[in-house]
Design a protein around this ligand. Structure first.
Ligand code: PLP
Length: 404
């Protein structure tokens, strides 16, 4: 499918007005086919999956499992049983940290990048506190660079797992995950990848990355809120204890004994989000139709337009790489003398949606010595006109705050 400025408004009706949406790193807008898929599940397939012998429940189960297969194909997992549906990336990362963390003991080490979203830090902090393991941090350079040799230096024989984002939600730079994985595996360390910000922008292949675990949310990938994914290598997931307990995750229960279900059901306690899984399936179908070649081309063009325009505006400081190619639609910045919340409020006044704050990456902001920043984040559904409007507002901020 070819994306044009004209069909974007039909595909994403929420974008058809005057509002300029530049907060896609927080959540992406949904194409009509996703809304239709969720609606269709409730209208035609709604029953509790995996629980009934009747036709409707079988249809609901088949629909849910079809979504799992689509996700497996999307990230090139070897087997659909390696795909666990969760609520979001946060829950996926909590699952790994909790279940993998259960086997950690004093003397073990967990390594996380300082640039991580709190969702990929706090679950590991809890795992360390519970097990007595030590949590250590890999700092990036001021421009967000974190090379495999920096990782090699940080690993010790005690490092059991390294958890890191493929694309930081502040810098937008792609981290060299395959290189990290090679370094980790040579050291006997597992690698857990937070792909929340990468799956919407680049093709992610868990096998070529050699990721042991990989997490993302459906809602940043044009899918519904309420569905997330955890990928794990089968041999690893098999060894992990369940995270949540309850219905549907068991084979047998008596007062004395519990036998857990096979993968992936052992990790999916309670009624599943089948309609959201159907929505995610539609989102992935849509992304495949548009194609990553087109997505990357459009997003790079828009990122360049924004980046180059921002560089021309005095007092605007962009965090991260000094080239548009390493931003993947994420432009985090400050303006000299103006508080980020004032910047965001001015943009909001002019109907442009951007974000201000620490973007759930407070340890990174502390490392950089900046309390908060502003982030504009785009997707392939943005247009040149959106970027021009953004730059127009940006160029007025200091004067609207009373500066020359
Ligand atoms: C890099 C990264 N990881 C994790 C998350 C958490 O995603 P969710 O809130 O959907 O669980 C986000 C959300 O902004 C993110 O940007």
């Amino acid at each position: 499918m070819t994306i044009t400025d004209k069909n974007i408004k039909e595909l994403f009706p929420i974008l058809s007005g005057d509002m300029i949406y530049l907060d896609s790193a927080a959540t992406a807008q949904k194409p009509m086919c996703v809304v239709d898929a969720v609606r269709d599940f409730y209208l035609n397939n709604n029953a509790n999956p995996m629980r009934g012998m009747y036709d409707l429940s079988i249809r609901a189960t088949d629909d849910y499992e079809a979504s799992r297969q689509v996700v497996a194909d999307f990230i090139n997992a070897a087997d659909s049983s390696e795909i666990v549906f969760t609520r979001n990336a946060t829950e996926s990362l909590n699952l790994v940290a909790d279940s993998f963390g259960a086997a950690l003991t004093e003397g073990d080490e967990i390594l996380v990048a300082t640039s991580e979203h709190h969702s990929n830090f706090l679950p590991w902090k809890k795992a360390a506190e519970r097990s007595g393991a030590m949590i250590r941090f890999l700092d990036c350079l001021p421009d967000g660079t974190m090379t495999a040799s920096m990782l090699r230096e940080a690993l010790t024989p005690a490092t059991k797992i390294f958890s890191v984002a493929q694309i930081s939600n502040v810098f937008g730079r792609v981290n060299p995950i395959a290189e990290y994985a090679a370094v980790c595996h040579k050291n006997g360390t597992l690698i857990c990848v937070d792909a929340s910000q990468s799956v919407p922008h680049i093709a992610v292949d868990v096998r070529s990355l050699d990721a042991d675990f990989l997490a993302f949310s459906g809602h940043k990938l044009y899918g519904p809120m309420g569905i997330g994914v955890l990928y794990g290598k089968k041999k690893l997931l098999k060894k992990l204890p369940p995270f949540l307990r309850g219905g549907e995750m068991i084979d047998y229960v008596s007062k004395e004994k519990t036998v857990f279900a096979e993968l992936p059901h052992k990790f999916e306690a309670g009624t599943v989000s089948a309609a959201d899984a159907a929505g995610l399936r539609a989102a992935i179908g849509f992304v495949n139709d548009v194609g990553f070649e087109q997505i990357e081309e459009r997003e790079l063009h828009l990122t360049k337009l924004a980046f180059e325009g921002m560089k021309k505006i005095p007092h605007v400081n962009i965090l991260g790489a000094d080239n548009a190619e390493d931003h993947h639609g994420i432009l985090t910045f400050t303006i000299d003398d103006v508080h980020p919340h004032d910047i965001a409020a001015i943009f909001a006044e002019d109907n442009v949606c951007i974000r201000a704050g620490h973007h759930c990456a407070q340890p990174l902001h502390i490392l950089l010595g900046i309390p908060s920043t502003v982030r504009a984040s785009l997707a392939f559904y943005n247009t040149d006109e959106d970027i021009e409007k953004f730059l127009g507002v940006l160029s007025t901020i200091r004067s609207r705050m009373g500066y020359e």
